[in-house]
Design a protein around this ligand. Structure first.
Ligand SMILES: *Cc1c(COP(=O)(O)O)cnc(C)c1O
Length: 384
């Protein structure tokens, strides 16, 4: 690491006016305070309330889907999305190995088996060509269902994930899903405000999941949502995330084993205020991309990852791509020691002990990318 890299860290700290720049912080102002204060003053802080309904309506409008169901986190959203999409015990679910563990865990909660696929260098998400080649190698369609010839199990769904906000090739995946009787369920946890061919990510699948964790583009503290155009699925998702209680003025009747996955009103209040500011957040994120692009120009062996073709990204996390002349861990050590928080991408799922035995495709791109990717500070810069 040389003086150019030292200059790089100084300019970032100067930009943020901080000695240590975190990876991603929430951005709040008086709106959040106003809405949350209203919850406290009226006592409407818990599992029902006007902000929950409003947040669901605002989210549906923003993403262009018919319905949004708010839940307590993105993992719960994925769990229920997969369940109502029809994923059952002992079925397989295609997903990228390069993802946050929630994607794989959500399938596991249903007794289903994650089946790991490779990603594309262009999008950092599922590679449709490699997916189809893998299906042709191991799959067999019988009675309108896709079977894995090697395990005998039904493969029910495909869960693409839009890494750091960059959309995967959704139309190509839709075609593959139709051809091979797979259900498309999008893990859009990182891609609120990202579009593919002008249409919001999360609106291509039969159903999809969002996250509003503290580090995401907008936050409710903790929170998530399920998106779908299917009213019936939305109603069912709402029902089972709210203890499957049959509506009645006083009787406690529950018609199946439901979940208490509700998003409290006080968290939804935060979400409403945050969602109002999405246009500004995105604008600031894109300015930050331009800023970093200038900043890395003098550095050798590194590129800034840019949105792929047909994708308009929210640039949730800014991403450096290192070439072979740089060692990932050396760069990470240098940046973190010089006040610029930076992180590698997740350990691929198939490299985790608990998921090492799961079925998988060729994962050569995943293996290679894993050692090249570094995320750098991505908070939209506040107006001073
Ligand atoms: C954040 C995230 C989730 C959901 O996370 P929660 O912390 O449960 O809200 C799921 N998948 C991916 C890819 C994520 O980044």
């Amino acid at each position: 690491m040389n003086t150019q890299w030292l200059e790089f860290t100084s300019l970032i700290k100067e930009h943020y006016k901080k000695d240590f720049v975190p990876l991603h912080e929430p951005t709040f102002n008086s709106k959040e305070l106003e809405y949350v204060t209203e919850c406290i003053e009226t006592g409407w802080i818990s599992s029902v309330g006007a902000y929950v309904t409003r947040f669901e309506e605002d989210l549906a409008r923003f993403t262009g889907v018919k319905r949004a169901v708010a839940v307590m986190n993105g993992t719960a959203a994925l769990h229920i999305a997969l369940k109502v999409a029809g994923v059952q015990e002992n079925e397989e679910v295609f997903m990228p190995s390069l993802t946050f563990i929630a994607t794989a865990n959500a399938a596991s909660y249903l007794g289903a088996v994650p089946h790991f696929l490779d990603v594309s260098e262009k999008t950092l998400g599922l590679d449709p060509q490699k997916l189809e080649a893998h299906i042709l190698a191991i799959g067999e369609v019988k009675r309108n269902q896709l079977f894995n010839k090697e395990t005998g199990r039904v493969i029910r769904a495909v869960v693409p994930m839009h890494t750091f906000g960059h959309s995967v090739e959704l139309e190509e995946l839709q075609l593959i899903c139709e051809k091979y009787h797979l259900v498309l369920v999008e893990d859009a946890a990182e891609s609120l405000g990202s579009y593919y061919k002008g249409k919001h990510t999360g609106s291509f699948g039969k159903i999809s999941a969002l996250s509003f964790n503290g580090n995401k583009i907008i936050t409710t503290g903790g929170g998530g949502a399920i998106l779908t155009d299917d009213e019936e699925l939305a109603n069912y998702a709402k029902h089972i995330t709210t203890t499957a209680k049959v509506p009645h003025r006083w009787e406690y009747e529950h018609d199946e084993i439901g979940y208490n996955y509700r998003l409290p009103n006080i968290n939804a209040a935060l979400g409403c205020a945050q969602l109002e500011k999405m246009p500004e957040f995105i604008e600031e994120k894109r300015k930050l991309t331009a800023f970093y692009e200038e900043l890395i120009a003098p550095l050798e062996g590194v590129m800034l990852f840019k949105e792929p073709e047909h994708s308009t990204s929210n640039y949730w996390l800014q991403t450096l791509m290192l070439d072979d002349s740089l060692k990932r861990d050396e760069v990470l050590t240098f940046l973190n020691e010089n006040g610029v928080m930076s992180r590698p991408i997740w350990t691929p799922m198939h490299e985790l002990k608990l998921y090492a035995q799961m079925p998988k495709a060729d994962l050569s791109t995943t293996g290679r990318l894993n050692q090249k990717i570094i995320n750098i500070p991505s908070t939209p810069v506040k107006e001073v």
